[in-house]
Design a protein around this ligand. Structure first.
Ligand code: ZN
Ligand code: ZN
Length: 594
């Protein structure tokens, strides 16, 4: 196993060398080979420090190790961060290739973020849901990267530290938030089945000596006891002064810097989101007024009581029109086949309009959503991990089979005729899937591991608007109105996250924002409130990345005038891999001005 993993690692590093040589050829003493070696060592050290993370990325050398989250392990993390920040300083940034420059920035950011999390954010004290091991253990049972014997053996060895793990957790926790405490209770209880049921099922399929079997069963029992003990401890915790789940202005601004790595400050992004929401409402009102006469001011659609009364409130008017055109949706049994048919249509449109090169040798594999994902999302992308380069990328499409009529109807209205197309643009082409194909062409293990979410989500959100701007959907008012509703979602995610964590926004105001101003259903809004009370900053990545990419494109258009070519811009932009937009922008502008 170890051999295989390091062979893959070597491949990707060689590939990045080759790539580099073709771009800059005149450097006398090339600083890139030493930096490439440094990166290899850095990742080795990273996996020793974070074995659980290694396993989740498909690097299985340390599968048997469970780190006990105590003072000693945190000291080790800090030492790792410090040593590597020192090492980084010995490289002259200017002498590195573009690929290595962005890798340098991303490593540096990761290390500083480790220091900040331990020293300042201290969520290991207030977020009990950080202590949950079942997911990692479940992956060992379900994974097919090695034989069941090997996986179960590692499972057994890894279980040994579970009691110490939860003891350390209890020592760490101080004034936890009520929301994260409840989440920890729910998730840990939910995970017990991995040790009580799934493990026993797996044991039936291996041949082991009776004594060995008994030892493994006994350790699993101890593990269950430790998890249940932790849950009971949380339930009885005398938590008189719980921390608020709201992160607070200062920590929030810092976390935004580390997680998003934007060229804008969080305050700037918030102001932009507020202005964008207003702009969207204005455009929606114009469209809704036009569509009102087409759909609702039409005798054919009147109910028994005669003509529908046109509301004076502009948001109410928009909502009624959205509700009306949401009625155009596929039948439950055609949901999958409709999405499948969209892929070649999107490819054709992009070719016809010359928007970006779509590599025909890497077609997207559309498949029925696997059972373990069932009911999660209508459609999603599963990409192979960085150590599994040959794995397929799948477009998972959910089936609505077995859903009751009411649930299916509400889902299909949400993912109606228009939104379903925008969804495929976002998830597949030219959204996430296309971005992934391009990023695989400039292989960087660093970017696969620390890939910037704002760039990744931002690209998908940007690609939706770009497609419509180029005439996708024939510029129909209905398509644009639905697109604006969809775009309002990411815009309001940012407003919500920022307001809740730094401006004390109440749940009532949050529901008002989501339901009245973003036209969401109650269940969706409730789910969003739950999400914002246990996560921070993450909800900002869509709008921030989108805004940065869009603003950058417009800036470049102005600068280049007639010379600007949309296709070239897209291909160049994606060629840097999943790096933060601000660095891609810096490198592209530097090349432009050369
Ligand atoms: Zn219907
Ligand atoms: Zn996405």
């Amino acid at each position: 196993m170890k051999k295989l993993a390091s062979a893959l690692l070597l491949c990707s590093i060689l590939a990045s060398c080759v790539n580099k040589q073709s771009t800059d050829t005149t450097t006398a003493a090339d600083k890139n080979p030493p930096f490439d070696t440094y990166k290899t060592n850095f990742i080795e050290e990273l996996w020793k420090t974070y074995p659980g993370w290694a396993s989740s990325q498909g690097y299985h050398t340390y599968d048997s190790v469970l780190i006990v989250p105590d003072d000693a392990s945190r000291a080790k993390e800090l030492a790792f961060a410090k040593a590597n920040l020192d090492s980084l300083k010995t490289y002259d940034l200017a002498s590195l290739s573009d690929n290595n420059k962005t890798d340098y920035y991303m490593i540096e950011n990761q290390l500083k973020s480790i220091e900040w999390s331990i020293n300042e954010q201290k969520s290991f004290e207030w977020n009990p849901s950080e202590y949950n091991i079942s997911g990692a253990f479940a992956e060992m049972l379900n994974g097919n990267y090695d034989s069941l014997d090997v996986r179960l053996h590692n499972f057994y060895l890894k279980m040994a530290n579970i009691p110490a793990y939860y003891e350390a957790a209890k020592k760490n926790i101080k004034n936890p938030t009520i929301e994260h405490t409840q989440l920890a209770i729910d998730q840990n209880l939910g995970g017990i089945s991995v040790f009580e049921t799934d493990f026993h099922e797996a044991m039936k399929n291996v041949k082991l000596a009776e004594r060995e079997k008994q030892a493994m069963e006994a350790t699993a029992k101890e593990s269950v006891k430790a998890i249940k003990g932790f849950v009971e401890w949380l339930k009885k915790l005398d938590n008189k002064t719980p921390r608020s789940f709201r992160l607070g202005k200062e920590l929030y601004a810092k976390k935004f810097e580390f997680d998003i790595q934007s060229g804008y400050t969080v305050d700037q992004i918030y102001e932009k989101a507020i202005a964008h929401k207003k702009e969207l409402h204005e455009k929606m009102y114009v469209l809704a007024t036009k569509l009102w006469s087409k759909y609702l001011d039409n005798p054919a659609t009147w109910g028994q009581k005669g003509p529908m009364e046109k509301p004076k409130d502009s948001l109410q008017l928009i909502k009624m029109v959205i509700d009306k055109i949401s009625e155009k949706h596929v039948k439950p049994e055609e949901f999958q086949s409709t999405i499948e048919k969209q892929i070649p249509q999107l490819v054709d449109f992009i070719k016809q309009k010359d928007l970006i090169f779509i590599d025909p040798s890497k077609p997207l594999v559309v498949r029925k959503e696997p059972d373990y994902m069932a009911g999660v999302a209508g459609a999603s992308i599963s990409a192979p991990g960085p150590y599994d380069k040959k794995g397929n990328t799948y477009y998972n499409v959910g089936s609505l089979a077995g859903w009751d009529r009411e649930k299916a109807e509400s889902y299909l209205r949400e993912y109606n005729y228009y939104i379903l197309q925008i969804l495929s643009i976002h998830e597949a082409i030219p959204g996430h899937y296309t971005q992934l194909v391009y990023s695989n062409q400039s292989p960087s293990l660093i970017k696969s591991l620390f890939g910037n979410n704002a760039m990744i989500e931002g690209w998908a959100v940007y690609s939706e608007r770009m497609m419509l701007e180029n005439g996708y959907g024939n510029n129909e008012d209905e398509m644009w109105l639905m697109y604006y509703k969809w775009n309002l979602r990411s815009t309001c995610n940012t407003i919500l996250d920022y307001s809740v964590h730094t401006k004390n926004m109440s749940k009532e105001d949050a529901m008002n924002l989501l339901m009245k101003e973003a036209f969401q259903e109650k269940t969706e809004a409730e789910g969003k409130w739950k999400r914002v009370s246990v996560t921070q900053v993450q909800l900002c990545c869509y709008f921030t990345g989108y805004t940065e990419i869009y603003d950058f494109r417009e800036e470049l258009k102005k600068q280049m005038g007639d010379k600007f070519k949309l296709k070239e811009f897209h291909e160049k932009f994606l060629s840097y891999g999943s790096a933060p937009v601000k660095y891609i922008k810096e490198l592209m502008l530097a090349e432009q001005n050369n």
